[in-house]
Every structure is written in structure tokens, then in C-alpha cells.
Design a protein around this ligand. Sequence first.
Ligand SMILES: O=C(O)CCC(=O)C(=O)O
Ligand SMILES: [Fe+2]
Length: 262
Amino acid sequence: MRDILDLDRYPLDQPGSPEWQALVDRCRADLARDGMFNLDGLLRPAAIEKALAEVMPVMQTLSFTHRRLHNIYFSKTVPGLPEDHPALRQVATVNHTVCADQIAQSVLLWVYEWAPFIWFLAAAMDQPVLYPMRDALARANVMEYRDGEGLNWHFDRSVFTTTLLLQAPAVGGEFIYRTGLRTADDPNYDGVARLLRGQDPDVQSLTLAPGTLNVFFGRDTPHRVAPVQGERSRVIAVFSYFPRPGVEFSREEQIGFYGRTG
Ligand SMILES: O=C(O)CCC(=O)C(=O)O
Ligand SMILES: [Fe+2]
């Protein structure tokens, strides 16, 4: 794992050491302030190359083209919300997805399942324990955004989302997010409608560098990826963990996100 992750800078392999605890504390402080934390350069350059060499042939031949109109909830209806409420406004997404079952033996899946990585995330997220998903498709994805493609406004299924950027585009592809828009108790539909109208002053934008680990509260932080411009695509791994074991998408969700069940 030392060849893959920069464990000199980020001692994930020494849980409980003062250096590990300092890193956890730093991530918690960032989360409290920004709703996210970043570990720049966690994935070493040679490992990025290896991950891309493993994933891109699959991306070019077997990826699912995710192209659809959807609302921010990825769900046709929301109980208690009239169908014409502006929070349900439709937006368009196009990108390409490789699922975990298509890259079972890969650097990325190895990182996804590496226990010290999961322990570190649990500590940073203040969770007693975290589990990888059981879902053969959704547990880990690699998404490619080509010229003109992006991912539109949405909330994630998991409380927090973990990404590792593998390739950055020359222009566009910014990660755009709005921290603290809703809570478990307050869905803030009017705030969602204002965001979708482009009138939320608290929207922030982040340009990630390859190798950066980004962790954010995806379930309650609406986010999108701005359209990529130019030849070089944006390629990113997305990992999902849950505080309980055995989590799976519904068949409907699998079809909606991946065009198949698994
Ligand atoms: O590409 C990204 O940076 C975010 C991906 C994402 O939001 C998702 O897969 O749910
Ligand atoms: Fe997301």
C-alpha cells in the first residue's frame, strides 16, 4: 500500500499514533468548517497511472452512459411535495460509469477495501464503524466526464461520499457544492428551489487535482460537476461506505444509475 498511497504524508497505516490522530483532528476541523476535507496527493502519481491503465480500457468498452433528466433527489416523487414544486425541477446529466464488478482486481478496489483506510474514514467522520457496501455495482464507481458532459445537482444516497480524482480536465469539471442546505429534520424545499434557480449565494466551487482524496457530506450537501471542456476528460473514483453492513441499492436505483442490475 505504501506504493499506492502517500503514507509518509498521511499515516493511515498507524491508527492511534499521535500523527494519525493529528490528521484525524485536522479532517474533523475541516469538516466542521467547510463540510468537507481534502487530502492532496494521497494517491501517488504512479498509482494514478496504474489505476487509469486498469480502468480506461473498461471505460472505453463497457461503461454505462448515464444520460438522463432527473431531479435533485434522483427520485420521481417526494412524499409531501406537489409534483410541480420547483424543488423537483428537472436537470440533465451525461457521463460514463464503470462499476466495481467491472474492475474487481484493481488498485482502486484494493484501496476501497483496505481496512486502515476505512478505519481512518470512520474516525474522521466520527462514526464508531463503517462498512463497504454489499452492492456489487454501487460500492465503488469510476466516472468519466468528456467534453460537454457533467453531473447535475443531486443529493447522494450515503451520508458522506469519498472521491479520488484520477484525471483533471484542462477546463471545467469543477466540483460545485452548497454546504448545510438541508438537515435530517429540515428538507428546506424552498432553499432547494432557490439553489436550482441559481440564486443561492452560498454555493462554492472546488477544482480538484489528480490524487486528491475529497470527502464531503453528500447526503445533505447538494453538489454537481460543471461541464468539462476540451479533449482531456475528468476521471474520478467514487467510494460509498455506510455505518451498517450489507447496504444495497434497489433494483430501480441500479437501473437508473447503471442501466443494469447486478
Ligand atoms: O465527480 C464528482 O466529483 C462527484 C461525483 C458524485 O457526486 C457522485 O458520484 O455522486
Ligand atoms: Fe454525488
